[in-house]
Design a protein around this ligand. Structure first.
Ligand SMILES: Cc1ncc(COP(=O)(O)O)c(C=O)c1O
Length: 393
C-alpha cells in the first residue's frame, strides 16, 4: 500500500519547522522560569522573551512595547475588537467589518452587537474583494474601529489594506484600523501597512500552536480583556508562554528571510492546479481572485457541481490527500461557507467547495497526485448521485 501523504491544508495549520523547535527547546528544558520572578531561571526566560518581542517588533516595523503575545489568531482578533470597542466606547459605538472575516472576528462582532454596539458588515464582490465605496459610505461620526482581514483564509483574496487605511484615516484619524493578518503573514509584507492593530498566529507560519501576536499601536484606545497580573504591560494578564513566543518569533524571522523563495515555490505549484485541474474535470468553478497578484500565492479554491465538499474530502483522505472544504472551523458543519455565499456563489454550488493550500514541503509529485485523485473522486461521487446532468459527470 502507498503510505505517502500529500498535505494540502496549510491554511488550517502548518508543520512546526525543526529550526523553530530547536529555538524553543531551551525554554522548555533548562530555562523554564517564570519571567516575572527575579532569580536565574526567570532572568534567562525573560531575556529570551524580550528578544522574541524585539524580533517580532522589528519585522512589523513596530516598537517592542506595541507587541502583545497571545495564544493565537482567535485571541488576537477577540482582543483587538473587544479591546478597542470598549476602550473607545465613550467616543462612539459603531464598528465596521466585512462579511468574509474569520469567525474569530465575526462571532466577536456579533457578541459586541448583543452588548449594544452597532456593526456594519461590508459586502464583497464575486472574487472576494471588499467594496471600498461601501466602506466610505459606512464610516460615520460614531465609528471607532474598522476591522478588515489582510488575506482571506478560504479564497485567498488580498485586501488593499493601505487604501483602506487611507480611506478611514481620511475620514477621522482617531478611527482605529485592525487587520487580521493570520493568513497573510506567510506570504505578504507586514510592515508599513499603516494599521493600528494586527493579528498573527504562530501555527500558520510553521510556528507552534498556542502562540500569537497582537500588535497595538501606542495610544490606541484599548481596554484589556484578561485581567489578573500585570504581564504584557497590563494589557494581557497571565504567565507568559515563553517557549511559544520564542517559537513564534523564530518562525516569523524565517518567513522574513525566506519569503521570496517560498512564494516562488508554492505559486508555481498552485498555478499548475489552476491550469491543469479544470482540464481534467468538468463542472468545476474556480472561486476567488482571477488575478494571481491579488491572491495568496499558496491558495487554490473551487466548487464542483453536483457533489458535497465533505464527501470529496473523505475520498481524498482515503487516497492520501489532506484537504479542506473551506475553513477548518466550519468543517463538520453542513452549512456552506459564509465567504462563498457573500461572494454570491449559489447555495447548492457552494456545498461542493474544495480548498487546497500549499506549503514549502509540497512537491510536483504532490500536484501530480492531486491532479489524479481529485477528478477521480469527483467523478465517482457524481456517478453515485442519480439525476445529475450528464455534462457535469
Ligand atoms: C484568517 C484567520 N483568522 C483567525 C484564525 C484563527 O486563528 P487560530 O486558529 O490561531 O486561533 C484563522 C484560523 O484559521 C484564520 O484563518
Amino acid at each position: 500500500m502507498d503510505t505517502r501523504r500529500t498535505y494540502a491544508d496549510h491554511a488550517a495549520t502548518t508543520p512546526t519547522d525543526p529550526r523553530v523547535v530547536e529555538a524553543m527547546l531551551p525554554y522548555l528544558t533548562e530555562l523554564w522560569g517564570n519571567p516575572s520572578s527575579i532569580y536565574y531561571e526567570a532572568r534567562e526566560a525573560r531575556k529570551g522573551f524580550d528578544a522574541a518581542r524585539r524580533s517580532v517588533a522589528g519585522i512589523l516595523g513596530a516598537r517592542p512595547n506595541e507587541i502583545i503575545f497571545t495564544s493565537g489568531g482567535t485571541e488576537s482578533d477577540n482582543l483587538a475588537l473587544r479591546g478597542v470597542a470598549h476602550g473607545a466606547r465613550r467616543r462612539g459605538n459603531h464598528i465596521i467589518t466585512t462579511e468574509i472575516e474569520h469567525h474569530a472576528v465575526l462571532h466577536t462582532a456579533e457578541r459586541l452587537e448583543q452588548e449594544g454596539f452597532r456593526v456594519t458588515y461590508l459586502p464583497v464582490d464575486g472574487e472576494g474583494f471588499v467594496d471600498l465605496e461601501a466602506l466610505e459610505r459606512a464610516l460615520d461620526d460614531e465609528t471607532t474601529l474598522v476591522s478588515i482581514m489582510y488575506a482571506n483564509n478560504e479564497v485567498g483574496s488580498i485586501q488593499p489594506i493601505s487604501d483602506i487605511v487611507r480611506i478611514v484615516k481620511g475620514r477621522d484619524e482617531r478611527i482605529a484600523v485592525h487587520t487580521d493578518a493570520v493568513q497573510a503573514a506567510g506570504y505578504l509584507e507586514l510592515a508599513d501597512l499603516g494599521v493600528d492593530l494586527l493579528s498573527l498566529a504562530g501555527h500558520k507560519v510553521y510556528g507552534p500552536k498556542g502562540s500569537g501576536v497582537l500588535y497595538v499601536r501606542s495610544r490606541t484606545p484599548f481596554l484589556p480583556q484578561a485581567l489578573g497580573g500585570s504581564q504584557e504591560k497590563d494589557r494581557r494578564a497571565g504567565t507568559e508562554n515563553v517557549a511559544g513566543a520564542v517559537g513564534m518569533a523564530r518562525a516569523l524571522a524565517l518567513v522574513h528571510e525566506e519569503r521570496g523563495e517560498r512564494i516562488e515555490h508554492v505559486r508555481a505549484l498552485r498555478d499548475r492546479l489552476l491550469t491543469e485541474l479544470p482540464q481534467r474535470v468538468g463542472g468545476m468553478h474556480i472561486t476567488g481572485p482571477t488575478d494571481s497578484a491579488r491572491r495568496l500565492a499558496n491558495s487554490f479554491s473551487c466548487c464542483f457541481e453536483g457533489v458535497e465538499g465533505e464527501a470529496i474530502l473523505l475520498q481524498l483522505d482515503l487516497q492520501g490527500v489532506s484537504a479542506s472544504s473551506g475553513s477548518a472551523c466550519t468543517t463538520g458543519s453542513l452549512e456552506p461557507s459564509h465567504v462563498l455565499l457573500a461572494m454570491g456563489v449559489r447555495h447548492a454550488l457552494a456545498r461542493g467547495s474544495l480548498r487546497l493550500t500549499l506549503g514549502h514541503g509540497n512537491t510536483d509529485e504532490d500536484i501530480d497526485r492531486m491532479l489524479d485523485v481529485i477528478p477521480d473522486a469527483v467523478k465517482k461521487l457524481r456517478a453515485l448521485a442519480p439525476g445529475r446532468p450528464a455534462k457535469a459527470r
